[in-house]
Unconditional design. Structure first.
Length: 281
């Protein structure tokens, strides 16, 4: 046999030995793997606690994998920095009376409404506006629906024309902040303040707020707000007021501030209408 033949024969022998060894190793490996699986199955059957622990670890791994694929974060969710409601029982008595009365009249939960009442009183103290006037505007504009929108595009609790007052929303997050109740309330009060200052009276300011320069063109808006304002002042003072029966307040002169409306006795027949008084709190 030539040298070349011997080399080819040697290579073939070496290849055959490698192949035989690989088959032996693979066979033994599969056998070992099968034994391991069998032992694991027996152990999991005999120890349910181990099975449960394994399932939990697998689930944690799958959830972590899903979060990573969706671009999530491992940081826990934090609660909102701003409270969305308040306990009406913790409000000052005057504010609590107003919150409960409005809650019953407009069928709104007293807790989120209490937050708005407290905010109205705080803003009113800073802006020198009667808080019950602010609440009266909210009541007539949106009936305390923070997601209300008019056909003309007025939005939120105070029905502010968002696209007109974009400059007021920019510092607080942009136009979408119109649907945040407290933000909408604050912006609405700014607009109302400007309207009253421009008109020189509350009545005129309300007409400007609704977009009417003539008393006959406001659709009775100013009268409705002032009537509700009058009722809220009575409630705040602890006087029982009907939830549904209209009450005609004294006419507000063009120069008189809103807080000058005098108190009046409940309308005749009020005993036949559901009343809310301080004793209900």
């Amino acid at each position: 046999m030539t040298a070349t033949g011997k080399m080819v024969s040697g290579v073939r022998t070496f290849a055959a030995d490698v192949a035989r060894g690989f088959l032996d190793i693979t066979h033994n490996s599969f056998a070992l793997l099968g034994l391991a699986v069998a032992f694991m199955a027996i152990a999991l059957t005999a120890r349910p606690d181990l099975r449960q622990a394994g399932e939990e670890q697998l689930m944690d791994w799958l959830q972590a994998r899903q979060t990573a694929l969706l671009g999530g974060t491992d940081e826990p969710l934090e609660p909102s920095e701003r409270a969305l409601a308040a306990n009406p029982q913790e409000l000052p008595k005057e504010q609590a009376r107003v919150a409960f009365w409005l809650s019953k009249k407009y069928r709104v939960a007293p807790e989120p409404l209490s937050l708005l009442v407290a905010e109205a009183y705080e803003i009113g103290a800073r802006t020198k506006l009667d808080p019950t006037l602010i609440l009266a505007v909210m009541a007539i504009e949106s009936r305390f629906n923070p997601f209300a929108q008019s056909p003309m595009g007025a939005q939120g609790l105070m029905q502010v024309m968002t696209r007109v007052h974009t400059d007021k929303y920019e510092p607080v997050g942009g136009n979408l902040a119109a649907f945040d109740p407290v933000t909408n309330l604050r912006v609405g009060v700014k607009v109302l303040q400007e309207c009253i200052a421009r008109a020189g009276s509350v009545e005129g300011g309300l007409r400007n707020y609704v977009g009417a320069s003539d008393p006959e063109e406001d659709g009775g808006y100013a009268a409705k707000v002032l009537a509700e304002h009058f009722r809220l002042r009575q409630v705040a003072g602890g006087r029982p007021m009907p939830l549904a029966q209209p009450v005609t307040p004294p006419t507000l002169s063009s120069q008189a501030p809103a807080k000058s409306i005098p108190a009046a006795a409940p309308a005749a027949g009020a005993d036949k209408v559901a009343l809310l008084s301080a004793s209900d709190i």
